[in-house]
Design a protein around this ligand. Structure first.
Ligand SMILES: [Zn+2]
Length: 274
């Protein structure tokens, strides 16, 4: 009877073959399980830091109940040629910084104004690309694209790669009844892509009707009564009321009342996001 004789060399070849098979199997399974990457979900690189957006959202929500006498001036719907420029002039004269919730397509139109605002130390926040609710809430993809495309426009305007604005403001606010279900879903999408959102707790009603600068100041005075920490909604547009005309007196009034001014940089930087 002849015994099966296996040489050392044959054993070695067999071992290599088994090793090769297991490596091949590992690679195959890991690639097979990799999800398809959808370009719309790729974040700007600066957003991929280790941070919890939850903290930023909590900090933003906590502004309203804070005892600190702070005013966050916020301007929506710009940039526009006349209003934003005049507002930047008034802010500079008063040595005050603000936050601008810009619209993407307007950033494309007036990139130099956004660049100026950024260079002068104002926070550039995100108000969506089109300011058109039917586009914004069309689908998850369109909502996310509206935000990321706006950040892309800001990046090009200010000359910073992968600018991440971190804070979004829903057109008409997050609490308005129109599109309320869509907005609820979108709050989760914001979390997924590393953004928080903020509304306001004070305003001068500059988008409601045409008010004089005296009336705008009065509206603001009534709106801030009894509140310590303020997120003030105004607009850097001129189609309804001209907030830039009442801005100087509004800032002086707030200073007299003991308010100091902050931008959202103060919160975002506190989270080590930059
Ligand atoms: Zn708006």
């Amino acid at each position: 009877m002849k015994f099966l004789v296996v040489t050392k060399q044959q054993l070695l070849i067999l071992a290599f073959f088994i090793a090769f098979l297991s490596i091949f199997f590992c690679f195959y399974t890991s690639f097979a399980q990799k999800p398809e990457i959808n370009n719309n979900y790729i974040l700007p690189s600066s957003s991929q830091n280790n941070f919890s957006m939850f903290n930023l959202q909590e900090d933003l929500d906590a502004i309203y109940s804070s005892n600190e006498k702070v005013a966050y001036l916020t301007f929506d719907d710009g940039p526009t040629k006349i209003a934003t420029t005049k507002i930047l002039d008034v802010l500079k004269e008063n040595d005050v910084h603000a936050s601008f919730f810009v619209i993407g397509y307007r950033v494309e139109e007036f990139p130099n104004i956004v660049k100026r605002a950024y260079k002068e130390g104002h926070f550039i926040a995100n108000h969506g690309y089109s300011h058109n609710n039917s586009k914004l809430y069309k689908s998850k993809n369109s909502f996310i694209s509206e935000i990321l495309d706006t950040d892309d426009s800001i990046s090009r305007a200010i000359g910073i790669n992968d600018y991440h604005s971190y804070i979004f403001r829903f057109p008409n606010g997050s609490k308005s009844t129109k599109y309320s279900v869509a907005k609820k879903n979108c709050k989760n999408y914001l979390k997924e892509i590393g953004y928080s959102y903020i509304d306001w707790n004070a305003l001068n009603n500059d988008s409601i009707k045409k008010y004089s600068s005296y009336e705008l100041l009065n509206n603001l005075k009534n709106s801030v009564k009894g509140k310590n920490s303020l997120v003030i909604l105004m607009h850097d547009t001129i189609d309804v009321s001209k907030s830039y005309e009442s801005l100087d007196s509004s800032i002086k009034f707030l200073k007299e009342q003991g308010y100091s001014f902050k931008t959202f940089y103060d919160l975002v930087q506190g989270q080590n996001l930059k």
